[in-house]
Structures are given as C-alpha cells and as structure tokens.
Ligand binder design. Structure first.
Ligand code: NAI
Length: 338
C-alpha cells in the first residue's frame, strides 16, 4: 500500500501537477454515472480520446474503483474520481463537456417511458449542478427516456437562467450506429461506408431512419424498408431481451456516446463540417424538440438541418412519431414546471 490508487488524481509521489496544468491542450470532460454499465466503457473510451486533457468520473457508487482502474491507462488525460452528491460540484467545476449516462436502464417488458419516475429526478438534480458549476458546458444527455429528459434539462437550465439550446444535446447516436450496421448488412457493404440519417426521437416509433436518404445512394424494396425500420426502432429491445434482465445496451451505447462526444469536441475545437444526428431544441417541425442532423461547432449545435424530401412511408411514420413525441416532451416539461 505504498502507492495507493489516487482517487483525486494526486498520487503521493507525483513530482508536480504540471501535466494537468500545462500538458497537451485539450478539453475537460465529466461523465456523470461513470460507474454504470455505459459509464465504465465510456470512461475507458474517453480516456483514450486525445482531445481530452482532464476526465472527471462521478457516480453515487463505485467511482473510486473505476477511477483507479482507468487512471492507470498510459494516455494523456488526467483522471479524477468523485463520489456522492457532496462531490458533484467539484466534479463539474470547469468542465467543457458533461456526458450523462446516470439512471436506471430497462428490463425486459419495460418501455423507456417506464424509467421516467426515477430518471427524471436524477437528471433534474444533475442539471441543477451543471447550471451552478459549469453553465457554459456542452451537455450530452444519454439517460432515458431521452424524449423527456432533454426537455427536463432545458426547463432546469431556463429556471437557472443559463439555458442555451445549442449546448443541450440528446444522444441518439446509437440509433444511427444501429441503422448504419443493419443497412450495411442488407447491402452487403462495410458499415463504415454507410450514413443513415435517423430523425424524430429516441424511443419506439419516434425513431425514424430515413432510408430514402441513405449514403451511398441506394434503394430498398418495401419489405426491406419494413424490416430495417422495425429493426432500428426495436434495436434497444433486442439487446434488453438478449440480456434477459441484466440491463440494456451498454457497450454499443458507450461506443456511440464516445463517437458523439468526440464530434462535439472536434466542433468545440473549431473543426469544420462536423455533422451528427441529435435530439435538440428545434424548429424543423412544430414540436419544440426533434432529432435531425445538426452541425456541431464552437458553441454546440450551431445549425439544424431540415428533414429533406421524404417518401410517403416516411411522412406517415413522421406523423406517428410526432404524436408520441409531443406527449413525451410535455411530460418532461411539466415534471419541472409542476
Ligand atoms: P446502470 O444502472 O448500469 O448505470 C447507471 C449508473 O448511474 C449507476 O452506476 C448508478 O449508480 C448511476 N447513478 C444513479 N443515480 C445517480 C446520480 N444521481 N448521480 C450520478 N450517478 C447516478 O445503467 P446503464 O445501462 O449504464 O444505463 C444508464 C442510462 O442510459 C439508462 O437510463 C438507460 O436507459 C440509458 N440508455 C440510453 C441510451 C441512448 O441511446 N440514449 C441507450 C442505452 C441506455
């Protein structure tokens, strides 16, 4: 026990703090819910990201172990761990990007909406911390139901007077990742070559893969369209059932969250042409929030792209999606405004 794991990142025998202060330029990133099924592999992936200089891992349980473990990786980011509500403010102070995978996941038979009761309160309290300690940070919200938790976060930030819609992004990347994979399987090509826009929201019929806009340009039979749309919409349930009570997607979700966070960081750095789908405040439809392609820049979601031309099938699916989304958004808003 001569060299105890450095929970606050201050090993006994470190000669100076110069790496944290004057090391490679990079961004400060916090993960809230870092000890969870998503949080752990996401912590690993963010520690590997060369754009990250400081990585704060916060949870209400087990963050010391995850921090000690990840901090031994010989990559650039300095890792610090934070445990419990009393340490939330320290975890958040100075952060450029906050990623939130905190909250309970689905079990077989549950919808994402069934998670609302518990996760709504968790997201509310974490966002109150963000408003207080790092109001200028970009927020990547993963906790479900995303269709309601993003409106909750917006209301918390409005109340605190810190709301900037460009900086609040619901993470729907897993739907895109799944759509790219399933479309590539059907076409018999490499998924890395495929780009499927997925719009709407992040739950059941609100997940709308726009198969008419797939790149590279291709066409599908109506049977393929039905199969692909259903598989993308139910991809999460496929994993929940296969895990049989042991949780929902964690590894593919961590991959998707890391991909999205990296895009946000490249945008913050000023890279041009960074475009991802995300559930954001939007005027693309009459709903106050909607997922579409957005361009990420120094201030977050700087441009929101329109839906583009839709087929009749997609227009019908959009109508269904909007109906469900409207209720989920309202539920989130009234949770905070009650
Ligand atoms: P998990 O239960 O394995 O981990 C959640 C972690 O959050 C736990 O370590 C728990 O201690 C922590 N936590 C609970 N309350 C907290 C609080 N107040 N502050 C900080 N941490 C807190 O769950 P898992 O599988 O990691 O899923 C997390 C969330 O992500 C769930 O809500 C799930 O539905 C959602 N999810 C979202 C997806 C998306 O595409 N946006 C995809 C898959 C899951």
């Amino acid at each position: 026990h001569l060299y105890p794991p450095s929970f606050q990142g201050s090993s006994l025998l470190r000669r100076s703090n110069c790496r944290a202060k004057g090391g490679a330029p990079g961004f400060k990133v916090a993960i809230l819910g870092a000890a969870g099924g998503i949080g752990q592999p996401l912590s690993l992936l963010m520690k590997m990201n060369p754009l990250v200089s400081v990585l704060h891992l916060y949870d209400v349980v087990n963050s010391p172990g995850v921090t000690a473990d990840v901090s031994h990786m010989d990559t650039g980011a300095v890792v610090r761990g934070f445990l419990g509500a009393k340490q939330l403010e320290n975890a958040l102070t100075g952060m450029d990007l906050v990623i939130i995978p905190a909250g309970i996941p689905r079990k077989p038979g549950m919808t994402r909406d069934d998670l609302f009761k518990i996760n709504a309160g968790i997201v509310q309290s974490l966002c109150e911390g963000i408003a207080k300690c790092c109001p200028g940070a970009i927020v990547n919200l993963i906790s479900n139901p995303v269709n309601s938790t993003v409106p909750i976060a917006a209301e918390v930030f409005k109340k605190a007077g810190t709301y900037d819609p460009k900086r609040l992004l619901g993470v729907t990347t897993l739907d895109v990742v799944r759509a790219n994979t399933f479309v590539a399987e059907v076409l018999g090509i490499d998924p890395r070559e495929v780009d499927v826009p997925v719009v709407g929201g992040h739950s059941g019929v609100t997940i709308l893969p726009l198969l008419s806009q797939v790149k590279p340009a291709c066409s599908f039979t109506s049977e393929e369209i039905d199969y692909l749309t259903n598989r993308v919409q139910n991809g999460g349930t496929e994993v929940v059932e296969a895990k049989a009570g042991a949780g929902s997607a964690t590894l593919s979700m961590a991959f998707a969250a890391a991909k999205f966070a990296d895009a946000c960081l490249r945008g913050l750095r000023g890279d041009a042409g960074i475009v991802e789908c995300s559930f954001v405040a939007s005027q693309v439809t009459e709903l106050p929030f909607f997922a579409t392609k957005v361009r990420l820049g120094r201030s977050g979601a700087e441009e929101i792209f329109p839906l583009g031309p839709l087929t009749e099938y997609e227009r019908a699916s959009l109508a269904k999606a909007k109906q469900e989304l409207a209720g989920s958004i309202e539920k989130g808003v009234s949770f905070v405004c009650k």
